[in-house]
Design a protein around this ligand. Structure first.
Ligand SMILES: O=C(CO)COP(=O)(O)O
Length: 139
């Protein structure tokens, strides 16, 4: 079971809901996380159970970043709005930086997200189960 996070800015919410709905069966067996509003929107439209953190501007990106820092998150789909400034831009940059620190795959547009989902479907990330299993100091 992988730990997967969904995040989308407001003008990308519809896109992420449609995307996750299309691949609902792929995401179903995994442990899912999201920022507040994104998770609510996805759960309204699907049968998926998602652990929702705070809304992005209130710290949700940072909460997901904390999991990344601990190497706890396996994959992130983060549909950013490239055409609108966000009040919590520093948090967004920090999350993406931590993904690079840990080498965590993060898709910032649907084309990349699609490739990552295919990889999940094929079991390409199955080795990540070992990270969770043998992580020192965490259950
Ligand atoms: O702002 C966000 C990510 O930076 C997303 O937050 P919401 O899912 O709460 O809208």
């Amino acid at each position: 079971m992988l730990k997967i996070a969904f995040i989308a800015h407001d003008r990308k919410k519809e896109e992420i809901v449609n995307f996750v709905t299309a691949y609902e069966n792929v995401f179903m067996p995994h442990q899912l996380y999201s920022t507040g509003t994104t998770g609510t929107r996805i759960m309204e439209q699907t049968q998926l159970k998602i652990h929702r953190f705070m809304s992005g501007p209130l710290g949700g990106d940072q909460q997901i970043g904390a999991m990344v820092a601990e190497n706890e998150m396996d994959l992130i789909i983060f549909l950013r709005d490239p055409l609108m400034a966000q009040p919590h831009e520093p948090d967004i940059i920090a999350l993406l930086r931590l993904c690079d620190v840990q080498g965590i795959p993060v898709a910032t547009n649907v084309a990349t997200a699609e490739l990552l989902v295919k990889a999940v479907e094929r079991g390409d990330f199955a080795w990540r189960e070992l990270v969770h299993k043998y992580k020192p100091g965490l259950e």
